[in-house]
Design a protein around this ligand. Structure first.
Ligand code: GDP
Ligand code: MN
Length: 420
């Protein structure tokens, strides 16, 4: 689960990390109230969405966005860099600028490198005191499954997309592993020197990393990214952006984190799937997949790609799927207008193929099948399952092997394409 920047910053502030004063605003009035409260010469008005790259992003249909254009001239002078024209991070020096920029962001759709073309609607802003920047650094902690440790990644090249840094100047990225024993001052010193810090800044950095790694573990986080971590002219550090992701499997013991959930940021279909125990992730392709087991689901997606198709989703119905769950899965799949064919690939183990077949028939007759359906059943009770499908009045394309199934699904999707 992801949370917003302002929520992550509140957690960090409470843990004693250096974060400037800031308030969330759900309306223009609240944004202006924050300006009035802080009484500072400069605030940053920041769009709150669960995606990065906001500074360089743009608002949909923002042609006439005078507020964005005006503040950005000042932004460029101030930082000499990237907050793009009319993006999701704007520096404001007057009450009127705060008002105009809040008006031109709230309720509008922000498109960034990380949101995809459809962008995200901005429902919340964060108004924060402006901070002085000497250098922008990058710092993140994440769970590395391979080494079963928390890995800390740091770079002297912060404030920009870390993937770009990794591609163009991989030598500027430094890593260290924090094992089961937790943080030790060695980790802090090592990375501080790699970042080119000196004097008191080394101590500030070590303290910061220690607190972050403790918080990371305490809150069952899976990612904590600070980009930029700002080195200020006085040698102190400042958390200027914060992104946090938490392990969904640990949310049951993190009620305070769970309460920060913003359902507006979640794909409605993914939420519905979650509620009935399906693992569903929407993708951009045209072939819907319904599979049992995460590994088989991934293999199915791969083989669809191999035959020139593109999966519309990842969907694992799980080991204990029943008729209702299969029906919900179908309903979710059919709601996606991009879907041109459905591929059901079930390997019956604990899961019985006849139950799945009954579920398919029930769901398809109830919901109506608007696209071709390819079904491959193997394993427990697969003969019985095939009989059920064959004796139904549904137009089902049967397949034997996984390759056969994928090929038929790709062909069926192309057929839909031509006829439409
Ligand atoms: P992101 O683009 O979504 O990653 O949003 P960030 O919060 O990282 O903001 C983008 C950039 O805006 C930062 O790298 C900074 O250069 C600049 N920025 C953000 N907040 C402030 C601020 O309070 N003061 C100044 N001077 N610059 C800021
Ligand atoms: Mn950032």
């Amino acid at each position: 689960m992801n949370i917003h920047e302002y929520q992550a910053k509140a957690l960090l502030r409470d843990a004693g990390l250096p974060v400037l004063r800031g308030d969330a605003a759900f309306s223009v009035e609240q944004a202006v109230a924050a300006w009035d409260k802080f009484q500072v010469p400069l605030v940053a008005v920041k769009a709150q969405i669960h995606a990065g790259g906001r500074g360089a992003g743009h608002f949909e249909g923002a042609g006439g966005d005078e507020a964005g254009k005006q503040t950005d001239k000042q932004t460029d002078k101030q930082t000499g860099k990237q907050t793009g024209k009319g993006g999701g991070v704007r520096l404001c020096r007057t009450r009127d600028e705060v008002q105009a920029n809040s008006e031109s962001m709230l309720g509008r759709v922000l498109v960034t490198k990380q949101t995809g073309k459809s962008g995200r609607r901005v429902g919340r802003l964060y108004i924060e005191e402006g901070g002085a920047i000497e250098r922008e650094l990058y710092l993140s902690l994440l769970v590395d499954r391979q080494s079963a440790a928390v890995v800390v990644i740091a770079s002297a090249s912060g404030g920009i997309d870390i993937e770009d840094v990794a591609k163009k100047t991989p030598n500027l990225i430094h890593r260290t592993k924090i094992g089961i024993d937790g943080y030790s001052s060695y980790h802090g010193r090592k990375l501080a020197f790699a970042l080119g810090l000196s004097g008191e800044s080394v101590k500030h950095f070590s303290k910061l990393l220690q607190k972050l790694s403790e918080l990371f573990r305490e809150l069952d986080a899976s990612l904590l990214e600070i980009n930029p971590l700002v080195l200020q002219p006085d040698g102190k550090l400042l958390v200027m952006d914060a992104k946090m992701t938490f392990d969904d499997n640990a949310l049951f013991r993190q009620p305070a984190i769970e309460s920060l959930r913003d359902v507006e940021e979640e794909e409605p279909s993914e939420r519905e799937a979650n509620e009935v125990g399906l693992s569903y992730i929407k993708l951009d392709g045209t072939i819907a997949c319904m599979v049992n087991g995460a590994g088989l689901a991934m293999a199915t997606m791969d083989i669809v790609q191999n035959f020139g198709g593109s999966p519309a989703n990842f969907l694992d119905v799980g080991g204990g799927a029943d008729k209702d769950r299969v029906e919900t899965a179908f309903r979710i799949i059919l709601r996606d207008k991009a879907v041109e064919a459905i591929l059901v690939n079930i390997f019956g183990g604990i899961m019985r193929c006849d139950i799945i077949a009954e579920g398919i028939v029930a769901a398809a007759s109830k919901l109506g099948l608007s696209v071709p359906l390819v079904v491959r059943l193997q394993g427990t009770n697969f003969e019985r399952g095939k009989e059920i499908l064959a004796s139904s009045s549904l137009n089902i394309i049967a397949a034997e092997t996984l390759a056969d199934a994928a090929e038929k699904a790709v062909a069926a999707a192309q057929g839909t394409n031509k006829s439409s």
